[in-house]
Design a protein around this ligand. Structure first.
Ligand code: ZN
Length: 381
């Protein structure tokens, strides 16, 4: 059995203390003051648990919380491993109670992804107990806006990742399983607006151009672009339009989310969206949006990284599986740059963004030891 696992197992009480501190510091993405306060607690935990001479850089942002980066001051030629985590959550303060039930702990953002984030800290701590001169150079980036699209952290993530040899994304594994995430879909977000001509629905119906009717026809076409066989989905999730039932509507809007497994498919869909034509030539349509996260496709580098995780797992008696995920993460950005990226290294549990969000705390030590062993595999390669 791994010495790191033994060390972590013996320290579960301390780990749980850190974890509850982090989860109690609720940090909904839209509440900057709350997210920043959680960031302070996170820094404290890091400095408390990790040895060495570290440089801390803070990336001050508005309206989101600040992001921060820990790197070792000493330069080295060892492989640089980036631990990538976010500490914002989707939960409004007080929306979800923190409850322990048997071996599970429920709480806001505990599965996605405060437990995983903490695991990256304790993994290094366990290594530092045993090894004086680690064979790799760790880099920690903690971001504050992943749940709202990473608009203020993306450039930092990309710049830091470019200096690293591997990226370990501490997001949770596939919900309800232990599988790592080796591929993720790309996510596009678009808004389709229609402008028609209003008129009295009784006296001058024929003079109107219904924006709602036009939008309805567009929606059918959009949703038909869904192709489960190749993993593409197009979802119109929000519609708005019209002013009153007795008025032919002059405007209507739809919000669109699409998911794709390849860049090729993303380009194809974007082409269709950006060239939409009105069914009724008297209506006007406008489309805006972007590919928010490129797909995380399998690469040679990420496949090798996954194989290292399997070797690391063997030393712990664990069978490590890989799976495709429909959701995007910040790993999509780093994978798109061609940097070997492995996602889903966080703590098993279930219910991301759902009221039953929880982790299996009794799995923390083995999962955390997996990260420690994986770092050695990468460093000793
Ligand atoms: Zn997450």
């Amino acid at each position: 059995m791994s010495v790191y696992y033994e060390y972590l197992k013996q320290n579960e009480e301390h780990i749980k203390k850190d974890l509850l501190k982090l989860v109690r510091a609720e940090s909904p993405s839209h509440r900057k003051e709350k997210v920043d306060a959680c960031g302070e607690i996170l820094k404290e935990i890091f400095q408390n648990r990790i040895q060495g001479d570290w440089k801390l850089e803070t990336f001050s942002r508005k309206p989101t919380g600040n992001h921060f980066l820990f790197t070792l001051k000493e330069t080295s030629s060892k492989p640089r491993i980036l631990f990538l985590s976010h500490f914002d959550t989707v939960w409004e303060v007080g929306a979800l109670p923190i409850v322990e039930k048997g071996n599970d702990i429920y709480g806001p953002g505990i599965f996605d992804m405060k437990a995983g984030l903490l695991s990256s800290i304790w993994a290094l701590r366990s290594l530092q107990q045993e090894i004086e001169d680690l064979p790799f150079s760790p880099v920690y980036l903690f971001t504050a806006d992943e749940e709202i699209g990473s608009t203020t952290s993306r450039s930092v993530i990309e710049e830091v990742a470019k200096t690293c040899d591997a990226v370990l994304v501490m997001e949770p594994p596939v919900a309800g399983s232990y599988a790592l995430k080796t591929e993720r879909k790309g996510v596009g977000r678009y808004t389709l607006g229609v402008t028609g001509v209003s008129s009295h629905a009784g006296n001058h119906h024929e003079d109107g151009v219904s924006a709602i009717r036009e939008l309805a026809q567009q929606i059918i076409g959009l949703e038909e672009l869904t192709d489960y066989a190749n993993g593409t989905t197009v979802n119109v999730g929000v519609i708005k339009g019209g002013t009153s039932s007795n008025v032919v509507s002059a405007s209507a809007v739809a919000e669109i989310d699409f998911r794709v497994t390849s860049n090729q498919e993303a380009e194809k869909l974007i082409g269709v969206l950006e060239n939409l034509q009105p069914h009724n030539p008297s209506a006007e349509i406008s489309i805006s949006g972007e590919l928010n996260r490129p797909p995380m496709e399998k690469s040679q580098g990420s496949t090798r990284l996954f194989e290292k995780a399997q070797l690391a797992g063997k030393r712990l008696g664990m069978d490590i599986e890989g799976a495709k995920a429909g959701g995007g993460s910040d790993g999509n950005f780093t994978a798109a740059l061609g940097i070997p990226t492995l996602d889903g290294l966080g703590i098993p549990g279930d219910g991301p963004h759902a009221t039953h969000e929880h982790i299996h705390f009794d799995r923390f030590s083995e999962r955390c030891a997996l990260v420690a062993e994986l770092c050695l595999e990468i460093g000793n390669d």
